[in-house]
Design a protein around this ligand. Structure first.
Ligand SMILES: *[C@@H]1O[C@H](CO)[C@@H](O)[C@H](O)[C@H]1NC(C)=O
Ligand SMILES: *[C@@H]1O[C@H](CO)[C@@H](O)[C@H](O)[C@H]1NC(C)=O
Ligand SMILES: *[C@@H]1O[C@H](CO)[C@@H](O)[C@H](O)[C@H]1NC(C)=O
Ligand SMILES: *[C@@H]1O[C@H](CO)[C@@H](O)[C@H](O)[C@H]1NC(C)=O
Ligand SMILES: *[C@@H]1O[C@H](CO)[C@@H](O)[C@H](O)[C@H]1NC(C)=O
Ligand SMILES: *[C@@H]1O[C@H](CO)[C@@H](O)[C@H](O)[C@H]1NC(C)=O
Ligand SMILES: *[C@@H]1O[C@H](CO)[C@@H](O)[C@H](O)[C@H]1NC(C)=O
Ligand SMILES: *[C@@H]1O[C@H](CO)[C@@H](O)[C@H](O)[C@H]1NC(C)=O
Ligand SMILES: *[C@@H]1O[C@H](CO)[C@@H](O)[C@H](O)[C@H]1NC(C)=O
Length: 310
């Protein structure tokens, strides 16, 4: 594991970022529910159920603190992203995704999410996100949740962060023993890192993506502890190369169904459209979402950087 020098915090107060920021999804305090309803930067809010975007996602203002990792320096409000039984996404107005319940926010800059591809999905870039439980609306760990990922046009995931029990046909014994762990998987769904989803903590992740050599590296910490590498340089050669690999950066709550054995075999494997959902209201808290280049290192805390994983 990579060991890095912990740089004195006080001497860097006021510095925001020493490494070029490509996209900043840390919501400013003037970002409102109306902005979200209208998919104003920095989020495309279209992937959701039939209610307005602000029905599913709440910006918490000063009522609940975001991850302390980027403070001082960043003025950011945390958000709660929720699903309920109405969270059936109907892409392009047809073929409702009855298998899923989902609310995703998608990184967007200059009102154009695909325009980010050419700057965020080239060379080596780092995708930051912090996740916290909402104990009033806990997830159901008998189900699989995909909560952070990059999705190219082929629908695959360059990497993903998961919670819960992986979807299987038939359903095994759920919840599985590590259901309450956050898991980082590569494009081939190989587990790279997992850590218990402890209550109350902010779980900070940074995923280093080398788009050319097709490798990943994972950094992690809780709360105000600076990020540290928790993997080596890991293979991601199942991903495509170039434009075919580029895609949207999603974060939110995507709940997979449990298989319904009354369905036909074809329906059972069509998790997008079929399966069992209880329809509960569930949520996660998010903050600290941004994408940076590694030119000046990887941001590990407010004003401090560490070496990329090599
Ligand atoms: C928030 O305030 C900043 C600085 O005044 C401004 O540039 C930005 O457009 C505002 N954002 C929203 C969503 O109103
Ligand atoms: C956003 O949508 C919600 C419904 O989910 C609605 O109550 C609210 O008035 C909308 N807000 C704005 C400012 O459009
Ligand atoms: C969403 O908000 C807009 C603006 O406030 C309102 O006109 C519309 O009825 C709302 N739609 C839903 C589904 O809540
Ligand atoms: C949840 O939504 C589905 C799909 O719209 C519907 O068939 C089902 O009856 C709903 N369940 C509950 C508990 O409302
Ligand atoms: C968004 O950006 C992409 C890539 O730069 C471009 O091809 C597309 O025309 C843009 N879309 C809009 C609506 O501006
Ligand atoms: C969680 O999901 C399982 C499997 O579908 C279900 O049996 C259980 O009732 C669910 N729990 C709640 C609280 O909905
Ligand atoms: C998550 O945010 C909600 C507000 O939507 C808050 O009530 C809850 O306490 C937060 N979770 C934690 C662990 O603080
Ligand atoms: C990428 O792969 C090439 C060829 O194997 C190697 O020389 C280079 O050091 C690698 N770059 C990184 C950043 O790992
Ligand atoms: C499967 O079919 C049986 C018999 O009709 C019914 O009792 C049961 O509720 C069904 N199960 C599900 C998950 O739909």
């Amino acid at each position: 594991m990579l060991r890095t020098k912990v740089i004195s915090f006080a001497s860097f107060v006021g510095l925001v970022s020493a490494t070029p920021l490509i996209y900043d999804g840390r919501a400013p305090f003037n970002y409102t529910s109306e902005d979200l309803n209208n998919s104003l930067d920095p989020y495309l809010s279209a992937v959701k159920g039939s209610n307005n975007a602000s029905f599913y996602t709440q910006f918490l203002g000063h009522s609940h603190a975001p991850t302390p990792l980027w403070m001082p320096g960043i003025q950011e409000q945390a958000m709660t992203i929720s699903i309920d039984n109405s969270s059936v996404f109907v892409p392009g107005g047809s073929q409702p995704q009855y298998g899923f319940r989902r609310t995703d926010l998608i990184a967007q800059k200059d009102s154009n999410h695909t325009a980010l591809d050419a700057i965020a999905d080239v060379g080596t870039t780092v995708f930051h996100v912090s996740i916290q439980e909402d104990s009033a609306k806990p997830l159901n760990m008998s189900h699989e949740y995909q909560i952070v990922w990059i999705e190219p046009n082929d629908g695959s995931h360059i990497f993903e962060i998961q919670l819960g029990s992986p979807f299987t046909i038939p359903t095994g014994t759920v919840p599985v023993s590590d259901a309450r762990s956050l898991k980082v998987r590569n494009h081939a769904l190989t587990l790279l890192f997992e850590t218990p989803f402890t209550s109350n903590d902010w779980h900070n992740f940074a995923i280093q993506v080398d788009w050319t050599n097709r490798t990943l590296g994972v950094f992690y910490s809780t709360n105000a502890t600076p990020l540290a590498a928790v993997t080596g340089l890991e293979d991601n050669s199942a991903a495509q190369l170039g434009v075919a690999a580029q895609g949207d950066y999603h974060f939110g709550v995507l709940k997979l169904p449990l298989v319904n054995l009354n369905d036909t075999a074809a329906q059972q494997s069509d998790v997008v459209h079929f399966g069992i959902q209880e329809g509960d209201a569930e949520a996660l808290n998010y903050s600290g979402v941004f994408i940076e280049s590694i030119t000046g290192g990887v941001s590990s805390a407010s004003g401090t950087t560490i070496a990329p994983i090599s």
